[in-house]
Design a protein. Structure first.
Length: 295
């Protein structure tokens, strides 16, 4: 369903007038006119702020991600810095697809978790280490993130990853602890399952405070991709291959969303450590990943 139709249905089901919705947005510090709300549900324009749409999901009591997944946002783009790869080539389409192949399954997972503070957290850095075993299958995904609060009273963040099997194998937590964990089994296509979990900070954040979270998934999904629903300033992905099974070639790529064709950024060097890395700055919304060829 398109964004306008989904928003219109949610408003009708809520029983709220556009003026009441405008008022509730204002109580949360978001200024939106009644005219804008009317234009959005009629498809005459689209909201530019994902924070507003995330808050609308809360006000209208629809599953988290049900509206934001339908937004057309910019594709991932990068600003090169030291060690960074060049930006995406021009020519991306005006419309960007969603980040998840099955947005309904994603919405079911995050709808059971507390994402009330997610839109008030700025992602300063994301560092991933994706490890493969001698059988060429994924062994683990280690994640370190640095976050900064743009509002008060934020005590947790929600993360969602593709996983192999029914349980995510969440371990190695540092500077945070696990809250609720929710999973969705793989679909009939035999692909990966989904795992969503709350990571609770070791203190409640006020505006301007920063937090570091570290965690590890022992059964991550097949293939490495990182989805960016919001911008991140500094992104590093390391793919660590087993010494007995090194690939022939390795590439970094980006794509607009699930199902969109990948655009190769550059070939990645596989060093003597048996690893390849992708370092980017100022990544906007979209999907960035690393792919490899064995032969």
């Amino acid at each position: 369903m398109e964004f306008a139709g989904a928003l219109r249905q949610a408003i009708q089901a809520s029983g709220l007038t556009l003026e009441r919705i405008r008022h509730r947005l204002a109580l949360r510090g978001l200024t939106v006119s009644v005219a804008s709300l009317s234009y959005w549900q009629r498809g005459r324009s689209r909201p530019r702020s994902r924070a507003v749409v995330t808050t609308l999901e809360e006000i209208l009591h629809v599953p988290a991600g049900a509206l934001t997944a339908l937004l057309d946002d910019p594709a991932p783009a990068t600003t090169p810095g030291r060690g960074a790869l060049p930006p995406l080539p021009p020519g991306r389409p005006a419309s960007a697809p969603g980040l998840w192949a099955d947005p309904e399954r994603y919405a079911r997972v995050v709808g059971q978790l507390d994402r009330s503070g997610d839109h008030r957290l700025e992602r300063l850095s994301v560092h991933d280490v994706y490890r493969l075993g001698p059988d060429r299958r994924p062994r683990s995904l280690a994640v370190r993130e640095v976050l900064r609060a743009t509002g008060d009273d934020i005590d947790r963040v929600v993360r969602v990853h593709p996983v192999c099997g029914a349980e995510p194998g969440l371990t190695g937590l540092r500077y945070c602890r696990s809250g609720r964990v929710r999973t969705e089994a793989a679909g009939g296509d035999g692909g990966d399952g989904l795992a969503g979990f709350e990571l609770i900070f070791d203190r409640v954040l006020a505006a301007g405070d920063t937090a570091v979270i570290e965690y590890e998934l022992t059964r991550p999904g097949e293939g490495y991709e990182r989805r960016f629903p919001r911008p991140v300033r500094d992104y590093l992905a390391v793919v660590q291959f087993h010494a007995e099974t090194l690939p022939a070639r390795c590439y970094g790529y980006a794509r607009e969303g699930a199902g969109a064709p990948p655009r190769r950024l550059a070939e990645l060097w596989i060093g003597s450590s048996g690893s390849a890395h992708l370092a980017l700055g100022d990544v906007r919304r979209g999907i960035v990943g690393v792919e490899w060829e064995w032969d």
